[in-house]
Design a protein around this ligand. Sequence first.
Ligand SMILES: [Zn+2]
Length: 387
Amino acid sequence: MSAIVDRWVRRLKGKLAPIGEMTHWQRLAAALDLQRTDLVPVAPELDYWQITHAGYSHQEIYHDVDKTTDACLKTWAELRPDAIWMYVDISHQIEHFIPPEQRPKHFIHRGPQDYLLFKPIAETLDDAIALYEQRTFEKYLEGSRPVTHYTPHMLQLLEFQEKMDRQVPIIIGIATPTNYAETIVEVQRFLRWMVTEPEERIRHYLNLCLEERLAALDFYAEFAVRNGAVFCCAFGGARTWGPQHLEKFGDVDRIFVEKAARIFPYLFWHICGHNLPQALELVSGWPGIKGIQYDMPYYSQKLSWPEWFGRVAQLLAGKQCALNAPTTQLACHGTPEQIRGMVSEFIDATTPHTTACVMPGCEIDSFTPLENVRAIISAARTPRPQS
Ligand SMILES: [Zn+2]
């Protein structure tokens, strides 16, 4: 039981004005089930942003779970998006792979609003394989931030979700095996190895990443799902892979997704950066994925935004909900008017084919102005005829 959660529940329960006819939970669930909704759901990924919005610096919340949770709940109470994103940073993902004394040189806070910077933890493929074969992540788990920060923060938010009678869902973000394979060593390096290293070594490394991720899903089943978690975002990797690599190695993420979908009823895929149409095609064919949070078209695709939105919506038709708009760049640097325009374009181009959820392709920049975040939310809630 958490005092900070109880304080927010006392303040909010039974006192919130309804938005539309559905609850936030019902709205997001219906869109992911490809069903009609009263309003288009809107759930921008606010994880870092909500910390600064709530008046905290990133250094200040780094070791403070209550302040982290407080920031998420304060932001939700004020803006009422259709989901709450957990705060997640890179240390949550990899700190347990690093011996405690070496952690300070791997994670750097540049400024109060900046992203946590990190240095990769393996430089050669052999080192990366050794990290897994020696089960480093088990050896250093105790006292690492996945245990001391990420898990208690997740449990607090789930406690809020349940005590508020599931009005608003918490989105649990989990990185896929490919995302880990790239993050541990740095994406560019991994891409180079796909050319320079023998295929069996790459395959061996990816299989080790897969094995660890499948075991991690058992943790989520026990600690997240048992405490009410239902919605999950799979942070995929392979954003910059070519079609042949996707075909050759993409199956590790597919195997991960099959298990994740058995655990989380509402699972969607996050693929940010320049999206290769083949990557979207591949993922849209995986059963269990209810939505795709996609990003901008690949460099070589000369498409207008409405064309790109329409093309992805056609690809997902009958299978998945499309989650997008505006771009994170526009959200940060554009005007509220431009943001509203792009959200409308996305909805208009998407809903003839599949359901839409307004959710920029990646995390909202910590420096994004409040009026722009408000514009994203209000644009989604402007009533419009639905097909
Ligand atoms: Zn992203």
